[in-house]
Design a protein around this ligand. Structure first.
Ligand SMILES: Cc1cc2nc3c(=O)[nH]c(=O)nc-3n(C[C@H](O)[C@H](O)[C@H](O)COP(=O)(O)OP(=O)(O)OC[C@H]3O[C@@H](n4cnc5c(N)ncnc54)[C@H](O)[C@@H]3O)c2cc1C
Length: 517
């Protein structure tokens, strides 16, 4: 991977514009902010703090920062083991990449859409022109191929049913089932919703996942008409476009760390924060070693050595503010003593996901038999989805040479990953068997050159029913307490396009309070 270019270093006084004064710059230079969690949210927040000349210290529990944006390696090949792309909508991630000097590495996926597996006949291309899997035209050949004639006639009834004029459906599953029937729901919408949100459509809030759909339904008089109106015959739902980074999205993490360090701030890895304390002089951070220092005697508890964040003279470092950017469970634990109102806000469910990436000698995959990958009808396969990464990303294909890279994902909301109890070798074997089934190609263990396994706890997607209200209530409770901010996917919604602007906004809130209040 090429050395990250920290890009154009921003003007340290920019946050104070237009009333930037030398006094404010001097004030900023004395400010210290602790950022707990070195995923994208924490790093973006830290960079925003460092950009005004204040000092940010990122505490990251793992040995590498990045969180869900991390690289993996198998058979000498480096690839994205977690997030592999970003949604173009909003322009926030693209702007960040530009700011970090990474414009030249932004790439689009290869043409060739995804397939859906678990239908009679095995698999078929996911129809073009839909929205969340809802077809604009149930008679289109690619739609009929998935839902059959019975499903098509039932879906067509949508055109005859009166639109709801009083109130509307919040549940995507209910809306689709009522208007277009079970086949559209089970074979088209559920695979997309499980693949995108790790959740069943019954649990997805239409107004969050497709904010204009209910209004368009009232205007157009049918659900398929509403989808046609929204997609405008473009064959692509607005906001659905994604891009990636040559060399992998983890390049953004390297560049963020380089920028933070260039600005004189720091990222401390292997530093799991145990507790945040506050007194009249500010905040202190207590860290516990992630690993016992010495091998524990059999039958004894491993010793956990606690240490504070200390300066050179071993005095505890005082921070003027903290930004908590860890996962929801950790954030709630750390914030509980300082934001007691948070306890009244229900916690979101956080699905566990595992991704097994396979590097294969498989010339039979050269023709990309399933396009960029496969979504599954829930219950039809053990795996939830498959990405044919070396077919989707040209940069990876080039680096892989004659090899193929395929990633298989397991687990979704309410369903633990099937790989959970397996050792790495067995998880690799299961992923290979699932890849064979999903790609429609018999892959033998001898073709497997290497595999990589990564485990994640995903924040509750923002489109899950009730999530938006919970997030708003949690954010309000946190904002009411001076000197503390919180960000990350559990508050912004999952996805880099949401995480990045939220982290910037929270950092800006803290910057403003420290400089002006
Ligand atoms: C498998 C997977 C694939 C994804 N693919 C995409 C994609 O292609 N495109 C897209 O836009 N989004 C994708 N997402 C979503 C996106 O990656 C996440 O929403 C985003 O990266 C979350 O960033 P975050 O900083 O909020 O959380 P995280 O990345 O989870 O970071 C939180 C960090 O806090 C650290 N931490 C936890 N506890 C402590 C503690 N006590 N002390 C210090 N540090 C602590 C953790 O180690 C971690 O590094 C994907 C997510 C997953 C899980």
């Amino acid at each position: 991977m090429s050395t990250p270019d920290p890009g154009r270093v921003p003007d340290p006084g920019r946050a104070a514009d237009p009333a930037h004064t030398p006094e404010l710059a001097a004030k900023a230079a004395h400010l210290r902010v602790a950022v707990i969690g070195g995923g994208v949210a924490g790093l973006v927040a830290a960079e925003s703090i460092a950009a005004i000349g204040a000092h940010a210290t990122v505490f990251e529990a793992q040995e590498r920062a990045g969180g869900a944006v991390r690289s993996g390696e198998a058979d000498g090949l480096v690839f994205d083991a977690g997030a592999e792309s970003f949604a173009v909508r909003g322009g926030h991630v693209r702007a960040l990449l530009s700011d970090l000097g990474l414009d030249h590495r932004v790439v689009s996926p290869e043409p060739g859409g995804a397939w859906v597996a678990g239908i009679p006949g095995g698999a078929a291309p996911l129809p073009q022109g839909g929205l969340l899997g809802i077809p604009a035209n149930p008679f289109a050949e690619d739609v009929r191929r998935v839902i059959g004639w019975n499903g098509t006639w039932r879906a067509w009834l949508d055109r005859l049913l009166p639109p709801l004029t009083i109130g509307h459906d919040h549940s995507l599953g209910r809306l689709v089932r009522r208007r277009m029937g079970a086949r559209v729901l089970d074979r088209l919408v559920a695979p997309v919703s499980t693949g995108v949100y790790s959740a069943h459509p019954d649990d997805i809030d239409v107004d969050v996942a497709a904010p204009t759909l209910n209004a368009a339904l009232t205007r157009a008089g049918s659900l398929s008409g509403a989808v046609a109106e929204i997609t405008g015959g473009s064959g692509r739902a607005p906001g659905a476009a994604v891009q990636g980074l040559e060399g992998g999205m983890a390049g953004m993490i390297d560049a963020l760390i380089a920028r933070i360090e260039l600005l004189g701030s720091e990222v401390r890895t292997g530093a799991p924060v145990e507790e945040l304390s506050r007194d009249a002089d500010g905040w202190t951070v207590r860290i516990a070693d992630p690993e016992p220092q010495a091998a524990a005697a059999p039958g004894t508890e491993p010793e956990t050595i606690e240490r504070g964040a200390e300066d050179a003279a071993d005095a505890p470092v005082r921070f003027d503010a903290v930004i908590v950017a860890a996962d929801e469970a950790t954030a709630r634990r750390l914030l509980a003593p300082h934001v007691p109102e948070l306890a009244a806000v229900a916690a979101g469910s956080s699905p566990r996901i595992e991704i097994v990436t396979l590097v294969l000698d498989a010339p039979e995959l050269d023709a990309a038999p399933r396009g960029s990958g496969v979504l599954t009808v829930p219950g039809s396969h053990i795996a939830k989805a498959l990405t044919h990464s070396s077919a989707k990303w040209a940069w990876l294909r080039e680096r892989a040479g004659s090899r193929q890279v395929v990633r298989v994902s397991f687990g979704s909301a309410g369903e633990a990953p099937a790989t959970g109890a397996l050792d790495d070798e067995a998880a690799g074997r299961l992923a290979l068997a699932e890849a064979s089934a999903l790609l429609g190609v018999a892959l033998r263990p001898a073709q497997l050159r290497g595999s990589h396994r990564a485990r994640f706890v995903q924040a509750q997607p923002s489109a899950v029913l009730g999530a938006a209200e919970r997030r708003t209530a949690a954010a309000a409770a946190i904002a009411a307490v001076p000197g503390v901010a919180a960000t990350g996917a559990w508050l912004s919604g999952t996805g880099l396009a949401q995480v990045v602007p939220h982290a910037k906004a929270e950092a800006e809130r803290i910057r403003h309070a420290l400089l002006w209040d």
